[in-house]
Design a protein around this ligand. Structure first.
Ligand code: ZN
Length: 291
């Protein structure tokens, strides 16, 4: 069990989950029972954040409703109950500095320590050479496609689907971990931005949490069949190398709904699901969100 999960569970119990989550988040099948709930008034004035978080974590905090919350260059969206969410990048060293300005004008500054993680080097051979060092004619296409995926990650919806406990989109062995430094056919590339789960081609992919489809394309050069589901407040999931996509942009999907099928399209050595998670432009680790 990861310390962050424990810390998060304690935090959520402390700040009365029933006031933070939509009703649908508490009745999901195949999940453990929700933590005990308390009759916390909506106008709870407490500021509650974890004191320590891991690199790659999604952090949920609680502030008095109506507060203005700043983190880095962002003003964070605050739910009517005073919940906020932010993501901690792979290379973030912290401490995270968050400022909370209450409606009455008083303010508070929170510092969160970031626990570093080990990021192993992973060598991947046998990838099609044209996807490791694409021909110049393809580079413009790749840049255009990546820009269109980056664009949907700027979205900041009021939905709080991210507050659900995430489920595995497919069952299988983890064949590639978040954050690993990857070397494809001997060429160093950027760190692995998500988690790979080995599964046969055609295996149904389920939405790990509810959301809205913001991107769906069956044929991107590097990532093949590509799907993005937005969970609100800048949190999104992307699924790559899909052999089939069952939903379209704008569709509302529920947790557990089949949205696609596993494949090996794009830069892949074999069938698997790449599940990436984002908080805006920050990549976060899905493994820290599933039980
Ligand atoms: Zn991957």
């Amino acid at each position: 069990m990861l310390p962050y999960r424990i810390a998060t569970a304690a935090l959520l119990a402390t700040i009365a989950t029933s006031q933070m989550l939509p009703a649908s988040a508490q009745t999901t099948r195949d999940q453990p029972p929700p933590p005990p709930t308390f009759a916390t008034p909506i106008h709870d004035a407490r500021v509650v954040f974890p004191t320590t978080v891991s690199q790659g974590a999604m952090v949920i905090g609680k502030v008095p409703p109506g507060s203005e919350v700043r983190y880095g260059s962002r003003v964070l969206r605050v739910t009517p109950y005073g919940s906020i969410v932010l993501g901690v990048g792979r290379d973030e060293t912290g401490p995270l500095a968050i400022s909370v300005r209450r409606k009455d004008g008083t303010s508070q500054r929170i510092n969160i320590t970031v626990t570093p993680r080990d990021w192993p080097i992973e060598r991947i051979n046998g990838v099609p050479p044209s996807t490791v060092n694409p021909p110049p004619a393809i580079t413009a296409r790749i840049q255009r496609e990546q820009a269109s995926v980056v664009a949907v990650r700027t979205r900041d919806d009021a939905r709080t689907d991210f507050a659900q406990t995430f489920i595995w989109p497919v069952q299988g062995r983890i064949s590639g971990r978040f954050g690993n430094q990857r070397i494809y056919n001997g060429t160093p590339k950027s760190a692995h931005s998500g988690m790979d789960i080995a599964a046969a081609s055609g295996t149904p992919v389920k939405a790990p949490a509810a959301g809205v489809v913001t991107f769906a394309d069956a044929n991107l050069y590097l990532t093949g069949g590509t799907l993005v589901v937005d969970h609100g407040h800048g949190v999104s999931s992307n699924f790559l190398h899909l052999s089939r996509i069952d939903v379209k942009v704008g569709d509302r999907v529920e947790q557990g709904q089949v949205v696609a099928a596993v494949g090996a399209t794009g830069r892949a050595t074999g069938p698997h699901l790449h599940w990436g998670m984002n908080w805006f432009d920050v990549r976060i680790d899905p493994l820290l969100l599933v039980q």
